[in-house]
Design a protein around this ligand. Sequence first.
Ligand SMILES: [Zn+2]
Length: 79
Amino acid sequence: MKKNVHPEYKKTVIKCACGETIETRSTVQDLRIDLCSQCHPFFTGQQKFVDSAGMVEKFKKRYEAGMEKAKKIKDKEAK
Ligand SMILES: [Zn+2]
């Protein structure tokens, strides 16, 4: 093998948000993931929201704000 052209392929640990750790080999060290085979709904058979970026919360806020606005418009029209 040529020197300095091959990235180092070292032992590493992948850490999941659920606490699961997987030992593997990679050129990247200390990987962090949100889902693994231990906690993904497909493997657990349970329904759960995969909401790592807070998208559900964001949607709820936007939805509530929209409802408030619609209510105000309705109130105005009623007058
Ligand atoms: Zn996991």
